[in-house]
Design a protein around this ligand. Structure first.
Ligand code: PMP
Ligand code: GLN
Length: 387
């Protein structure tokens, strides 16, 4: 069997959600909202299942959705895309990441990765035959320096895989960091595969800049989005890809033999959703922000040390002061003894893991959060915090 996969553990998200189901725990691990998602968008999908086309859609995606992607990014991120040459629909951002990686990277090419990193990245790099070069982001701001990039980029660098806003750190990279990375991509002629799935899940009036709009990056960036995150419908797995025609041509060749197409009814609904008023996006952010504030306030009161959250569904807790447990032991005890599932952040590292941070998903209803908080309070007392 291929060692890239035979030596991999099951993804931590599935492990923790499995434990939560088995133990009846409150699941603050895997990132998905309780919210059922906008009813009008779901109704569009249902109508399309009953009355629409249920055969293969075009390989690049339905024209309506490709137009909607171009219009959406023009409206929100000042990106100017030719829908027919520069957009593509995939089965989730995960498929887009695979297609981009397989299209760009040949065996022996180096790929720069930032740790902590989403757990799909490294296996995709390795399966493409790529050689990972890691940059460790520096807490608490989770940023990198010029010296970090000098150490990671070489003449063999073919690509960089960059996630912004960043899961699990819950940060948005400042524009100066984007410019610094862009400088290195240009100097080393590297392609930036940019996982921007959290682009709309940002708080406190923060702004998000797509790498596509950074000077010098328009023709060397592959932008990846996810309707699952934009509409709180994580099971839908509709990915949105934007890239210059020369890149897109090859990415589409990889996509055609990964999944080829994505359910047309979901595509119709996502096309409708992307055109929704500004107010939908503002209200979605506000709802999550309120859950975040409620969760963080209570964690602080119990004596936990929550870190900042500028975007994503996640807040990390620093457990350095809790004696005798690393993040994995803490998460295991939390789910087994106290009935709350979380994600140990060491799962996002391939080497030199940070073992003192645990990630919680706050994108939940008030009642789920309240029950989770009652259980966390018990845990806090047992771990010697205020509780
Ligand atoms: N990238 C990141 C950073 C994510 O957090 C996620 C999912 N949470 C994905 C990719 C996968 O997105 P999708 O479900 O659309 O495949
Ligand atoms: N991206 C989600 C998270 O970070 C999980 C996605 C998955 O389960 N593959 O929690």
């Amino acid at each position: 069997m291929n060692p890239v996969f035979s030596e991999l553990p099951n993804t931590i998200f599935d492990v923790m959600s499995g434990l939560a189901r088995e133990l009846g725990a409150i699941n603050l691990g895997q990132g998905f909202p309780d919210d059922p998602g906008p009813e009008d968008v779901r109704r569009k999908a249902a109508d399309a299942v009953l009355h629409g086309w249920n055969q293969y859609p075009p390989m690049m995606g339905l024209p309506e959705l490709r137009q909607a992607i171009a219009a959406h990014y023009a409206r929100f991120q000042a990106v100017d895309l030719d829908a027919t040459k520069e957009t593509m629909v995939t089965s989730g951002a995960t498929e887009a990441l695979a297609a981009a990686m397989f299209a760009v990277v040949s065996p022996g090419d180096e790929v720069v990765l930032f740790q902590p990193m989403y757990d799909a990245y490294l296996p995709l790099v390795l399966r493409a035959g790529g050689i990972p070069r890691f940059v460790n982001l520096r807490p608490p701001q989770w940023t990198f320096t010029r010296a970090d990039l000098e150490a990671a980029f070489t003449p063999r660098t073919r690509a960089v895989l960059f996630n912004n806003p960043l899961n699990p750190c819950a940060t948005i990279f400042p524009d100066e960091q984007l410019a610094l990375l862009a400088e290195f991509c240009q100097r080393f002629d590297a392609t930036a595969i940019c996982d921007e799935v959290w682009e709309h899940v940002i708080f406190d009036d923060r702004r998000f800049t797509s790498m596509l709009t950074v000077a010098g990056m328009r023709d060397r960036t592959i932008k990846i989005g996810s309707a699952g995150k934009i509409f709180s419908l994580t099971g839908w797995k509709v990915g949105l890809v934007a890239a210059a025609p020369d890149l897109m041509k090859v990415i589409s060749k990889a996509h055609q033999f990964l999944t080829f197409t994505t359910p047309p009814n979901l595509q119709i609904a996502v096309a409708y959703g992307l055109a929704k008023d500004e107010s939908y996006f503002t209200e979605m952010r506000l709802r999550f922000q309120q859950s975040r504030d409620r969760f963080v306030l209570e964690l602080n009161a119990m004596g936990f040390k929550p870190m900042h959250n500028h975007g994503t569904y996640f807040v990390n807790v620093d457990i350095r002061d809790i004696q005798g447990v690393d993040d994995t032991a803490f998460a295991n005890r939390l789910v087994r003894e106290f009935g709350v599932a979380s994600i140990p952040v060491s799962a996002f590292y391939a080497q030199e893991p940070n073992r003192s941070t645990v990630r919680f998903c706050f994108a939940k209803s008030d009642s789920t959060l309240d029950e989770g908080l009652i259980r966390l309070r018990r845990a806090a007392r047992a771990f010697g915090l205020r509780g």
